[in-house]
Design a protein around this ligand. Sequence first.
Ligand code: CA
Length: 233
Amino acid sequence: MKRILVCEDEASIRAFVVINLKRAGYDVVEADTGEQALKLYQQADGPVDLALLDIMLPGIDGLEVCRRLRESSPGIGIILLTARTREEDKVGGLMMGADDYITKPFSPAELVARVEALYRRIASARTEQGAGYLEEIVSGEFVLNLRTRTLKKAGQPLDLTQVEYQIMEYFFSQADMPLTRTDILRRVWGGEYYGDEKIVDVNIRRLRMKIEENPSDPQHILTVWGRGYKWSA
Ligand code: CA
């Protein structure tokens, strides 16, 4: 069963989201505050695969819920709901560990497509994990473990989200090759992704903070002007 936590304080939007996700086959856990979302997440009687979090909530906001969920569950998929005018929410949310965001207002088709795309990424990550490919890719002082889906730098594990891991896996498989934002978007987010390429830049910025000695002078994730990015060990 696919299970998703939905946190939205506006009852009409929540009802709209819930009915569409149920139609798409999800078991939906509903919360109207961030506090309730965290509580229900803890109490859920099975794994919660995804969380759909409105940012603007009474009490703790969706960004804080996102941060806490990500801290306790590196493998959960998190999508934020944001108002069209609030660009900074998107960047802030991705920095807090969200995988994607949906801008209000949105259609049922867009909602379901985005949720399904993230669910597929998470489910395929689990399958690969269970299938037991015992593979490591070594690149300089970095070791990417394809089975445990982890990255180590000089023997120290780096704390990556699933999306960040997938970007690194793509970089490692294409070392020293410039990859465009579109390449990265298609590979990591999937061909049917509705959003824009800015999400790639935000994830790269976050990865640099985790990987580089000096994120403002990156030595590994290099910007290729006019092209995109490339990995250099
Ligand atoms: Ca709200």
